[in-house]
Design a protein around this ligand. Structure first.
Ligand SMILES: [Zn+2]
Length: 272
């Protein structure tokens, strides 16, 4: 009888542990934030939560990313490219990665949630592609020079009426009179802060106090998989990353990262 060395099945206590590990990993990953994007021709007000200083740009965070289209899926899977530290299996099988400068904003466009309640704002990841990064940084620097901070800057993002334009749009003045407004820390707390949210038995923390007005945890969100993991998943894929994605067509997909809503409890949590 041939000895079976590897199996697709999990058996016994070790097998059970594998499942538990997977569940733990999912729990730790938490919510994948929704990425800010506009429809062609749309505009929307945002409040920036990152506090940059110029010229140091102490909080600047950028990352290389792949958007991997799966057959029959509407949304791509986002994976952090590891080309700066290792051979990236995705660069070989999926094509070039693109660079993102990553920020956090409060999106002030109201929306209606599943229960029919109007939600006044939502915290989103603002992922700026290389073609718009200089403009975004210049905008932030000008505001910094005027206000001494970038945190609390309220301005508008507008997307040209053009399918090929960047899905995030670009910063524009709030109105004829005002380029930006500055929202003070007190106002941020009062208008957009939140109480701590825990599960009914109090053991699970869904949302920390005032998490609404904290920047997203970029290092955790974009933590790369290892070379071995990536090679196992993408090393031998025959398909290619959608060619137009990383270049001029930009992100004309829903930009929700992974869209894993399985961790959202049913007992009315405000993701504001
Ligand atoms: Zn790569």
């Amino acid at each position: 009888m041939t000895e079976v060395k590897k199996s697709v099945f999990s058996t016994g206590a070790a097998g059970r542990q594998k499942v538990k590990t997977e569940l733990d990993q999912k729990k730790n990953k938490g919510f994948a934030p929704i990425r800010f994007r506009l429809k062609p021709g749309e505009e929307g007000e945002v409040i920036l939560l990152d506090s940059y200083k110029f010229p140091e740009m102490n909080e600047y965070f950028s990352v290389w990313e792949h958007a991997i289209m799966q057959p029959n899926q509407k949304f791509p899977i986002f994976e952090t490219c590891i080309k700066d530290t290792d051979n990236c299996p995705m660069c070989q099988s999926q094509g070039d990665s693109y660079n993102l400068m990553v920020l956090t904003v409060l999106d002030l466009r109201p929306y209606t949630d599943k229960e029919g309640n109007e939600v006044k704002f939502s915290k989103k990841l603002l992922a700026i592609k290389s073609s718009s990064q200089d403009e975004m940084l210049k905008w932030m620097e000008d505001a910094y020079k005027e206000y001494g901070t970038t945190r609390g800057l309220k301005f508008k993002m507008r997307r040209p009426d053009d399918n090929k334009s960047a899905g995030t749009g670009k910063p524009v003045a709030l109105n004829m009179k005002t380029v930006v407004e500055i929202i003070s820390e007190e106002t941020l707390l009062r208008q957009y802060g939140n109480d701590e949210i825990r599960s009914k038995d109090k053991t699970i923390l869904y949302k920390a106090k005032n998490e609404n007005i904290q920047t997203l945890k970029y290092y955790e969100l974009f933590a790369p998989k290892t070379f071995t993991e990536l090679r196992a998943t993408y090393g031998n894929i025959g398909g290619k990353q959608e060619q137009s994605y990383s270049n001029d067509k930009e992100d004309d997909y829903g930009m929700e990262m992974g869209e894993d809503t399985s961790a959202i409890p049913d007992d009315g949590i405000d993701l504001g």
